[in-house]
Design a protein around this ligand. Structure first.
Ligand SMILES: Nc1ncnc2c1ncn2[C@@H]1O[C@H](COP(=O)(O)OP(=O)(O)O)[C@@H](O)[C@H]1O
Ligand SMILES: [Mg+2]
Length: 402
């Protein structure tokens, strides 16, 4: 059963370097490993000092690299499906803007390359699949696509098939709905089935770890925190944070300010991601290019441990949806109700537990949602948020996670 390690983070933090270094460490340890980049701005080949292509290429023994393009030409029919879904929604009385929003599944090209993960998983050729994913925002969108697709399948597609079978020509004449044939629906179903399969692999905590690479800068940390909440919202297992490019103490006066800022952010990162561990890598005195440099980076990050270890198991917190509310649940062992205080600051919940403070950056679905109340029982803190209006598909939580 292959292990899947997916690295994401803000642009430029070192995702590609860390993913390549990780893959190399796995290969060096004797595991058949593929590292594939799903970022359309490929730089994996540059990091490895070797030209890569859309098919896997063996770089060193046990290590294959791939700068994938779309495995499945998603865009080809997506345009038609989307246009059609929007017209059905308009026809059902949803206003135009909302109808558009509910059917826009951006990143359909990139998602095609993520489908390679399922391909490599099923091929049986590899022990480890390392993914150098796109920057966080992008990757999150892609990872939320299967949810959106499921929504589409359940809500739009049955109506569509019915209409197109029974009254297609008539409806078309009267209200101008484009009527795609069954081929479009079949293509859609096929695509969504693949997406759903990929999602199930990535959400499988016995196989997959989604890992966040960050640097010790406020903007980067904030984005990492938000993405972290999102991974929980969509049930993707996270087990590790890699803090990259940490300046050594012996920097000169010019970089003193940077050094001190990083020193002060270190504990904040540890605290806000706890209990997920944070591994650190230094800022090297030159770029991380080529096998030798990558090996150094891997040793700096993982030391003697295997990158395929599960660094954390479980869900530190989760966000679930029921009919009227989103419920954010957070495990707080060794706590009593009297010790907990909650404050809301816009997109952030500050949780004070005795002398400890945790800043939880809320996922976007919750930013505008009013807090309805909180509840502490069996060591689980539950904060309830109003689910306002109609959620867009990318933020709608299916009922299968309750
Ligand atoms: N720990 C490090 N020390 C020095 N340079 C690094 C380190 N990590 C990454 N780099 C360099 O920073 C640049 C960006 O890294 P890259 O891995 O391409 O980031 P991303 O994939 O997140 O955009 C590259 O030139 C890389 O060699
Ligand atoms: Mg990159």
């Amino acid at each position: 059963m292959p292990r899947i390690l997916l690295y994401t983070g803000k642009g430029g933090v070192g995702k590609t370097s860390v993913a390549a270094a990780t893959a190399l460490a796995c290969a060096d340890a004797g595991m058949k490993t593929i590292v594939l980049s799903t970022d359309i701005a490929h730089s994996l080949g540059d990091a490895m000092g070797r030209e890569l292509g859309p098919e896997p290429i063996e770089v060193v023994p046990n290590l294959w690299g791939q700068e994938s393009d779309a495995f499945f030409n998603v865009a080809r029919y997506w345009g038609r499906i989307q246009e059609y879904a929007a017209s059905v929604l308009r026809w059902r009385g949803l206003d135009e803007v909302l109808a558009e929003e509910m059917t826009v599944l951006p990143g359909m090209d990139e998602v095609g390359s993520l489908l390679w993960i399922a391909e490599h998983h099923d091929s049986g050729k590899y022990d480890v699949i390392v993914v150098d994913a796109a920057p966080t925002g992008e990757t999150l969108r892609l990872l939320s696509l299967p949810e959106a697709a499921k929504w589409w399948m359940e809500k739009v597609e049955p109506i569509g098939r019915r209409i197109s079978k029974l009254t297609g020509p008539l409806i078309h004449r009267v209200v101008g709905i484009p009527m795609p044939g069954d081929d479009v629906f079949d293509a859609g179903e096929n695509l969504f089935a693949r997406l759903e399969y990929m999602r199930s692999l990535l959400a499988d905590g016995s196989k997959t770890s989604v890992r966040v690479v960050l640097t010790l800068e406020s903007v980067v940390i904030r984005e990492a925190q938000r993405s972290f909440t999102y991974f929980h919202l969509y049930d993707y297992p996270t087990d590790l944070v890699v803090a990259n490019r940490i300046l050594p103490a012996e920097v000169g006066p010019y970089f003193r300010g940077w050094y001190e800022a990083q020193q002060s952010y270190g504990p904040i990162v540890e605290e806000s991601f706890a209990p997920i561990p944070v591994l650190r890598a230094p800022y090297f005195d030159r770029e991380v290019v080529g096998i030798e440099r990558l090996r150094e980076l891997a040793v700096a990050i993982y030391g003697e441990r295997s990158p395929t270890d599960f660094y954390y198991r479980g869900r530190p917190y989760s966000v679930k949806r029921d009919d009227q509310s989103f419920v954010l649940s957070l495990e707080l062992p060794f706590t009593s109700r009297e010790q907990i205080a909650l404050t809301r600051h816009g997109d952030e919940i500050v949780i004070d537990v005795g002398a400890w403070r945790r800043n939880l950056v809320l996922p976007r679905v919750l930013i505008d949602a009013a807090t309805q109340g909180a509840h502490f029982e069996d060591h689980v803190l539950q904060i309830r948020f109003a689910a306002t209006g109609t959620a867009s598909p990318a933020t709608t939580k299916g009922g299968n996670h309750g």
